[in-house]
Design a protein around this ligand. Sequence first.
Ligand code: NAD
Ligand code: TYD
Length: 335
Amino acid sequence: MKLLITGGAGFIGSNFIRYYLKNHPNDQIVNLDKLTYAGNLENLKDIENNSNYKFVKGDICDFDLVNKLVGEVDAIINFAAETHVDRSIIDSGDFVKTNIEGTRTLLDAAKLNGNKRFHHVSTDEVFGSLGPEDKAFNEKTPYDPRSPYSASKAASDHLVRSYYHSFGLPITISNCSNNYGPYQFPEKLIPLFVTNLIEGKKVPVYGDGLNVRDWIHVDDHNRGVDLILHNGKIGETYCLGGASEKTNLEITEFILNEFGQGEEMIEYVKDRAGHDRRYAVDFSKIKKELDWQPRIKFEDGLRQTVEWYKNNQQWWKKIKSGEYKDYYKKQYEER
Ligand code: NAD
Ligand code: TYD
């Protein structure tokens, strides 16, 4: 099988490519990535010379390029997206372009090339925000996105489903909860906090720190995507979660503890606009149908992830220097 992976130079996509080539040594992967601020070929340094792997720099909105690449593969997995909620609040332009228009471009190419198999990687954030007593999201939960990021992902999910109903495109969708693991860009909660502490800086907790996320290790997510690609039912959506609901303060305390640091390293900062209170995912459908459930215990996975950031300072120090820092400084000042 030959796969087109989009966004494979980002956090989840790069971990997926590594996972997939290891577990399917006879398959081939073409990685199409625009290399935005979040795309980094260093994430794939160890496999860049693998004969079953090829990188193409390009935009998923570029129809001619996408059409050519789709024509050469058996299936497409769409990881490419603008992904950071805070950035979407500052400027949603690229979110609409990549997440909506880019997905449409890929869908059209898949349709025009004989209805190619299409898996779309999405998020639990499309379902909105839960109260403390609400039941976890499942595949039947109505969409209620509340940030420009989640709204653009919701739109892309709807488009993907519409190509199944209108054209019989063989699609599947996965809606997964918050991922953590190696190579995550240090703007997201866990890598930002870990790298700040290595640098001796405080960690910025938004609001009261009691927002809840359902954390899953990126390898558990990617094992699910692989299973859905090969064994998922066409036209279906699968919700994936980590069975690890934690408040941001619980995460913060765990990480502080790993560094032998205390609460004095916490800086409470202004809350995110429209900050979703709680996400939680009921993954019983994929458990029942595909025998999938998360395997990596949160505490073990997070400890390993902290170690990874300690041992790979070269990787994130380059990212956190210069322009990146200025961008965030300005952002914090404006909030
Ligand atoms: P990321 O921001 O780390 O990586 C995104 C990648 O997409 C980057 O390599 C970037 O260069 C590329 N990209 C962006 N725009 C592009 C374009 N127009 N054309 C081609 N490539 C482009 O994101 P991630 O955390 O790895 O997320 C991957 C996917 O998983 C996204 O679709 C996201 O919505 C979804 N998801 C993420 C999480 C999470 O917790 N990170 C959870 C559930 C679902
Ligand atoms: P994030 O990693 O941005 O993921 P998402 O918003 O997609 O869930 O944020 C996770 C949680 O951590 C979210 O409730 C916002 C919070 N947060 C902070 O408190 N401080 C920070 O500096 C960041 C980046 C996030």
